[in-house]
Design a protein around this ligand. Structure first.
Ligand SMILES: Cc1cc2nc3c(=O)[nH]c(=O)nc-3n(C[C@H](O)[C@H](O)[C@H](O)COP(=O)(O)O)c2cc1C
Length: 450
């Protein structure tokens, strides 16, 4: 069996110029949208069943309809290109391959909700993608293929929370990436007394699906994927696999297909021990490789699809060390505004670090279990909920391994840094990782050192 890159996001070849994009049907999505009108566009996206690719799988049309219906004179739309989930590189891949499609999708979203401005929030450090977007933006504008709504890039910091929608709104207002309480669909940027500026925020990939749905139709979109998770998604697979990479595949294929076929399986006769879907959901074990990769099947398996970035560990990896790497990432990136994080996220990481160092006791395990009960439900964001899901799943599925590690040095010593990706070389299929991340401190400064 082979799995090739699908055609939905035109990812087979990079789209180099606006005329290449037009020859692939670029611009037809926006024209179709203008013919159908805002309500027709929202109805089409609803019927296609498009769900957000930024982590939660929320129905896109529901979000758009809420902002369109809001009784406010000003509304905005935002493309979320902050991409900070460990093990995920799909949005940057997509922008490198075809920045036009994202921008057309954003223009369609702006048209559908009646927005007066559109933003792309992106990390300042994503220089290559910023350059691509600026060129594509200028080309699309001069080809008159973007409608009338102005689109502005907002460059932000490297912090994970920048990708969280309520924090991204703060960054648009030139603030720090600290999540506020109200979601963007209720209070958007630059809210005033006479307008709360309700705002739609969508992930890059979500928006990139939009022009093709408008252009090719509902039945075409639904011809791949499952009834409740239609279409394809762009997976990033990394870790202990022969061929790490980025693959667009229909939703609903078994995890095994991604691991064994697309990524060539694990090397050296080893077996899959665990698969982490980024830092914000429960892990899956090697016995769960038949789990279909769609929103509902992943939820039924006790985890979430997240941003479809899957990190594979083989049986040479210590599960305590791997869990600690993700947990430390979440503790460092937490802004500690809510009691859930303040009182839980960091102490879970400290207990895990003690166990990994060989100094852990039963009491540490008990503390982790107790804290996992209280770190759910952060008021401002889902970071602590992700921490609880991740750590709880590791403990319940690898209970014996955690216990065997208590009071003993790591039985499987191996360097397992959090897979924070900085680059992807398609020709060699290699990801580059942020080596400096290990120096990052909870106050978001960097310790001296190498
Ligand atoms: C801690 C945290 C980090 C997040 N980072 C990102 C991100 O980098 N990119 C993204 O699209 N969504 C991210 N999200 C999800 C966004 O808050 C938001 O739900 C998403 O952009 C909505 O887009 P969608 O409906 O198209 O999925 C993050 C959420 C949390 C809690």
């Amino acid at each position: 069996m082979t799995v090739g890159t699908q055609r939905i996001l035109a990812l087979t070849e990079p789209v180099a110029t606006v005329s290449d994009y037009v020859s692939l049907g670029g611009g037809e999505g926006l024209s179709a949208a203008e013919r159908r009108g805002p309500d027709g566009v929202i109805a089409t996206i609803a019927a296609a069943g498009l769900r957000g690719r930024g982590g939660a799988g929320f129905p896109t049309a529901t979000k758009w309809a809420a902002v369109r219906a809001a009784a406010c004179p000003t509304t905005y739309v935002v493309a979320n290109a902050a991409e900070g989930e460990p093990g995920t590189f799909k949005d940057r891949f997509l922008i490198r391959r075809n920045p036009y499609q994202l921008l057309e999708g954003l223009a369609i979203a702006a048209f559908a909700v009646g927005a007066s401005r559109a933003f792309v929030v992106i990390k300042r450090r994503f220089e290559r993608e910023i350059e691509k977007l600026l060129v594509a933006l200028a080309e699309l504008r001069s080809a008159n293929l973007l409608g009338s709504v102005p689109i502005q890039l907002v460059l932000g910091p490297d912090e994970y929370l920048f990708g969280e929608e309520k924090a991204a709104i703060e960054v648009i207002e030139c603030g720090a990436p600290l999540p506020r309480i109200f979601p963007p669909y209720q209070i958007g940027p630059f809210a005033r007394r006479d307008s709360r500026n309700p705002t739609v925020m969508n992930n890059v990939e979500t928006l990139a699906h939009v022009p093709e749905i408008l252009r090719r139709g509902i039945a075409w979109f639904r011809s791949s994927g499952t009834a409740s998770s239609p279409g394809s998604t762009v997976f990033t697979i990394s870790g202990d696999v022969r061929r790490p990479g980025v693959h667009e595949l229909p939703l609903g294929l078994p995890l095994r297909v991604l691991v064994d076929v697309a990524a060539g399986g694990v090397a050296g006769g080893r077996r899959v021990k665990a698969v982490f879907p980024g830092a914000s959901g429960g892990l899956l074990t090697g016995a769960q490789l038949d789990t279909p990769l769609d929103f509902d099947s992943m939820a039924a398996a006790g985890t979430s699809l997240g941003s479809a970035g899957l990190v594979v560990y083989d049986d040479s990896a210590c599960i305590v060390a791997a869990t600690l790497a993700f947990s430390r990432f979440l503790a460092i990136e937490s802004c500690a505004q809510c009691p859930a994080c303040k009182q839980g996220t960091r102490s879970i990481t400290e207990c895990l670090a003690r166990i990994e160092a060989g100094d852990g006791t039963e009491k540490d395990l008990g503390t982790i279990v107790a804290k996992c009960e209280t770190v759910t439900g952060g008021r401002r964001c889902a970071l602590p909920t992700g921490e609880a899901a991740l750590v709880r799943s590791a403990l319940s599925r690898f209970d014996e391994e955690f216990r065997a590690h208590l009071g003993r040095p790591c039985p499987l010593p191996r360097d397992l840094p959090v897979p924070k990706m900085t680059d992807y070389d398609e020709t060699t299929g290699r990801f580059a990782y942020d080596d400096r991340y290990r120096l990052k401190q909870p106050d978001w400064s960097f310790r001296e050192g190498r």
